[in-house]
Design a protein around this ligand. Structure first.
Ligand SMILES: *[C@@H]1O[C@H](CO)[C@@H](O)[C@H](O)[C@H]1NC(C)=O
Length: 308
């Protein structure tokens, strides 16, 4: 059902009733009437021109992103997705990235949850912080499809980062990690900054997905860890028993259920949001715990599955 309404929404602007498609028809029709009604002919042209201008001002909904929002060659041929997803990208296939080693530790298989040690190098983490400077803006949340700011739900700042080579290599690393899944794109990357008292309350990343269009997976990457607090808490995941995990997760708990990953610079938590049938995993509910001092910088890498 979700998919149908989405497709309908997506296609309607390209339907013959859209302003751009009807212009020739209206003009022709008006021309036929113009012998007797010259003023009407002019009015119709004006209305048509104003409609087209308004259509472009509102961002030309329904047309491929590359037409009006050209932000890089590799964004071409990416299908238009739901309005909420501002931009889907795919790293340039010709991109040459240095080989990069990291260690993986499996926490769970259903859902798949993997801890990645050294997902980013220190230089890459620093670079992400550098290119975020001067771009910070208050984070927002979506409430019934409407974007709002609500400090009780989410208190942080976000920065839309330029897709330079370092960033595209991070995108490529994320896709390679997942085995280059088909019909899967990366959502444009934003860094997130959490100052003291910054947090993000319990939520799923999979809200409002469908079998054909969804945020398939998440990497929660820790980019800056000069803070106390600020771990990522999954109340429905099972705490691992081996104490070697205590490097990465809060141990000797205060009775908190589930698993809290510590914010550790360069490391990441990866998980799948949906099962093969497109059902969201309840176990992936999580929160960004309040930062009690200092500043945490994070990076979400969301992979979006889109069948067109
Ligand atoms: C967060 O901290 C940085 C400095 O660490 C500061 O520049 C910025 O204004 C702070 N943001 C908010 C929303 O207080």
């Amino acid at each position: 059902m979700e998919m149908k309404s989405h497709l309908k929404e997506k296609r309607s602007p390209l339907h013959p009733s859209s302003p751009s498609a009807t212009l020739p028809l209206r003009t022709k029709h008006a021309c036929n009437m113009s012998n007797n009604q010259p003023f009407r002919w002019r009015t119709i042209i004006e209305v048509a021109v104003i409609s087209i201008v308004l259509y472009i001002i509102v961002g030309a909904p329904g047309l491929p992103f590359s037409i009006f929002k050209s932000t890089g060659d590799s964004e071409q041929n990416v299908p238009a997705a739901r309005a909420k997803v501002e931009s889907l990208v795919h790293p340039d296939p010709g991109l040459k990235c240095a080989t990069h080693d990291f260690a993986v530790h499996l926490l769970d298989t259903k859902p798949l949850v993997v801890y990645i040690e050294g997902f980013l190098t220190n230089d890459e983490a620093q670079h992400l912080i550098d290119i975020s400077a001067n771009k910070w803006q208050a984070s927002t949340v979506f409430n019934a499809g409407v974007e709002t700011q609500d400090d009780s739900v989410r208190k942080s700042e976000k920065a839309l980062i330029e897709r330079d080579e370092v960033v595209q290599c991070v995108e490529q690393r994320a896709l390679a990690f997942q085995g280059w899944p088909r019909d899967t794109y990366i959502e444009r990357l934003w860094t997130q900054r959490y100052n003291t008292s910054g947090h993000y309350s319990y939520h799923y990343d999979w809200a409002s997905g469908s079998k054909w269009s969804r945020r398939a997976s998440t990497f929660m990457v820790y980019v800056g860890d000069e803070c106390t607090g600020g771990g990522t808490h999954f109340p429905k995941l099972q705490m691992p028993t081996d104490e070697r995990w205590c490097r990465f997760v809060e141990c000797g708990g205060d009775g908190d259920e589930g698993v809290t990953f510590k914010a550790k610079k360069g490391n990441a938590v990866f998980w799948m949001n949906f099962d093969a049938d497109g059902r969201g995993y309840e176990e992936t509910i999580h929160a960004g715990m309040p930062v009690t001092s200092g500043t945490k910088v994070g990076l979400n890498i969301w992979s979006w599955y889109q069948r067109s």
